[in-house]
Design a protein around this ligand. Sequence first.
Ligand code: NI
Ligand code: MN
Length: 244
Amino acid sequence: MAVKVTYLGHATFKLVSPEGKTFLIDPWLNGNPACPESEKKQSAVDVIVCTHGHGDHIGDAVEVIRAHQPKVVGIYELASWLGKQGAKNILPMNKGGSQMVEGVKITMVHAVHSCGIQEDDGSTIYGGEACGYVLEFSDGLRIYHAGDTAVFADMQIISDLYEPDVAMLPIGDLFTMGPREAAYAIEMLEPRVVIPMHFGTFPVLTGKPEELEAVAAEFDFEMLTMKPGEEHTLDAEKLEMVNE
Ligand code: NI
Ligand code: MN
């Protein structure tokens, strides 16, 4: 079975592995204006993968943890904080490292962004650093979720070492890359498929997929603009064929 991806809006993705395990990247559901009503309550979550501590990325992490007790992947400080909120299965890690989680090799990579965790009283606590991830599935499919980030030259290292087939890239501007920066990232990463994210959720996130397509027209990739709630099958073998 090939990997299934469902876009839940903003930077939130649900991935079902070839083994049938459900991974949620950046669980932001209830407060997420882009998340379809039908996806706000998840029936099964085996693993949550968190890029950083901002509310639009971990807004529902604690709720999902209390409901499902998934394995929780995050940078050391953030994972420890989620442990304090009730997560029993935290799998802390740091940049450059990898670990096998439910049959998926998860590598934490760099991101250029901040990572404070906002507490209920409005104070901000240290959440480690923001990061991205490369997920390598048992069928060979490799997905890079960049998290919130600026473009940075070390994306070349991510490209060289992990050769992602699919890149989920923020394009909304203001808090992350906009389309121009994302096109520069694509030139380094050389993914087969680009899934744009972190745009349009709020009016201030102005970057648009069409703008990315226009500025990245010279590069060879397939743009997969997913509507929230849309599901796609990412077949590793077919992706190979596209490139051959
Ligand atoms: Ni952020
Ligand atoms: Mn964000």
